[in-house]
Design a protein around this ligand. Structure first.
Ligand SMILES: Cc1cc2nc3c(=O)[nH]c(=O)nc-3n(C[C@H](O)[C@H](O)[C@H](O)COP(=O)(O)OP(=O)(O)OC[C@H]3O[C@@H](n4cnc5c(N)ncnc54)[C@H](O)[C@@H]3O)c2cc1C
Length: 389
């Protein structure tokens, strides 16, 4: 076991760090203030730099590297803000993987190159007003009609809604009850019958549009079928990488908070000396570093061990542990960062309070921490716990 990154990994990480720190801090501040998504021309620049194709296959324009490399890049962006990192998250660990893993060759050839170049993004629409954790209660339904499906229903909470061009929509594709009837279609926002709700106001996540989506008789070509009825388990099996991405968005915030706090405590003086000279501050800093490093290692382990999984994606146990831990520590590390900066930590101009607000979201999005713990326990004892009985 060697915990050092390879030279190639370090070079990629450096390239992402240099780009993110040079190009993105001002944009991130403006996005936070005015609440807009990463502009299209900047997403294209991400694409030109190769950041949107790190772990996507070369045949579709990607770099064909591993998931660890993808997460190294994502972390550097997330250290600036979750919002500027969001297109990277969507491309490298998000719903595009579902297309890459289960879609037809025609679908992959059509969609993935657009994502890698930054021409289009893909969001995921699973949750509904009455289906969150209990996702298999979802009611959005698609009926086969010749060479199309006709889609009806409404979705809640889609991150990137309105901004993204494509949506992986989980829906009922047969009358079979529960998970058995669920599959997924790719919906283009330009299809007639697709509607978007108002921009939701959340505690954080400014710069990442969240909206409801409605589908009223949307005609989706059969070619856009990703997974048919009965494929819910397969869709979930591809979720390990998304969990690692969610964990890395958390890690980036926490690592950014640690870096900012470390600099601050050496500059800020009290009682005639830098506040880092006070032992209470030293302990807080060390505690922050311990949590950040542990989260990073759990994420790296899940990402590297994906190579030993039949799916090539991170396994449920390791990715759930990584997500859950990173989701919990981002809340405490950013809160400690805020505390150690005193009044400046609580002031909007210094960015730490934004990390606290953004950081809370990740332990809800992509499956709550409590539910992750249920998955972890299930993997530990080798059986699933039926939540309905
Ligand atoms: C910032 C953000 C971004 C999101 N982005 C997306 C997106 O892009 N696409 C998308 O489809 N959805 C998205 N979501 C929705 C997200 O997936 C759901 O909010 C999440 O799955 C929880 O569902 P819920 O909000 O309905 O809560 P509920 O399911 O109502 O849960 C409420 C509480 O009950 C607990 N609970 C419920 N069932 C159990 C159980 N069996 N055991 C233990 N505890 C339980 C939960 O842990 C939680 O604490 C996003 C949410 C947020 C906050």
């Amino acid at each position: 076991m060697d915990f050092r990154l390879t030279e190639q990994q370090r070079e990629l990480q450096d390239a992402a760090r240099v780009f993110a720190r040079k190009e993105l801090p001002d944009l991130a501040r403006e996005m936070e203030e005015k609440d807009f998504s990463v502009p299209a021309e900047m997403v294209r620049r991400y694409g030109e730099m190769g950041f949107l194709g790190v772990n996507l296959p070369e045949q579709y324009g990607g770099l064909g590297l591993g998931h660890l490399e993808a997460l190294l890049v994502l972390e550097q962006f997330a250290m600036i803000s979750n919002a500027v990192a969001f297109p990277v998250f969507e491309a490298l660990v998000g719903p595009v993987r579902t297309i890459e893993r289960f879609g037809s060759e025609e679908l992959k050839t059509r969609i993935i190159p657009e994502v890698v170049s930054g021409e289009a993004t893909v969001a995921v629409s699973m949750s509904e007003p009455d289906a969150g954790t209990a996702l298999t209660d979802l009611a959005t339904r698609a009926r086969a009609d010749g060479d199309h499906f006709v889609l009806h229903g409404s979705k809640r909470w889609t991150s990137g809604a309105g901004h993204a061009r494509y949506y992986v929509v989980y829906c009922r594709l047969s009358d079979a009850p529960g998970a058995k009837g669920v599959g997924a279609l790719l919906v283009d926002k330009k299809m007639p019958g697709v509607g978007f709700g108002k921009r939701e106001q959340l505690m954080g996540f400014r710069g990442i549009e969240t909206r409801d989506i409605t589908f009223e008789g949307v005609r989706v070509p059969n070619n856009n079928l990703i997974v048919g009825a009965g494929g819910f388990g397969r869709l979930m099996s591809a979720f390990g990488l998304e969990r690692c991405g969610n964990a890395t968005q958390s890690l980036g915030l926490a690592a950014g908070a640690l870096e900012q706090a470390t600099a601050y405590v050496q500059e800020r003086t009290a009682f005639g000396k830098p506040i880092v000279d006070f032992q209470a501050v030293q302990l807080r800093l060390a505690d922050m570093a311990m949590r950040v490093e542990a989260a990073r290692l759990l994420i790296y382990r899940a990402a590297v061990n994906a190579a030993h999984e039949e799916s090539g994606l991170p396994g449920v146990y390791e990715s759930s542990i990584a997500k859950c831990f990173a989701n919990e520590i981002v809340r405490s590390v950013t809160a400690d960062g805020m505390q150690v900066m005193g009044g400046y930590g609580y002031h909007k101009e210094y960015g730490m309070e934004q990390r606290v607000r953004d950081g809370f979201a990740w332990g809800i999005a992509g499956g709550t921490t409590d539910v992750q713990k249920t998955n972890i326990a299930a993997a530990m004892v080798g059986r699933r716990f039926d939540q309905r009985r």
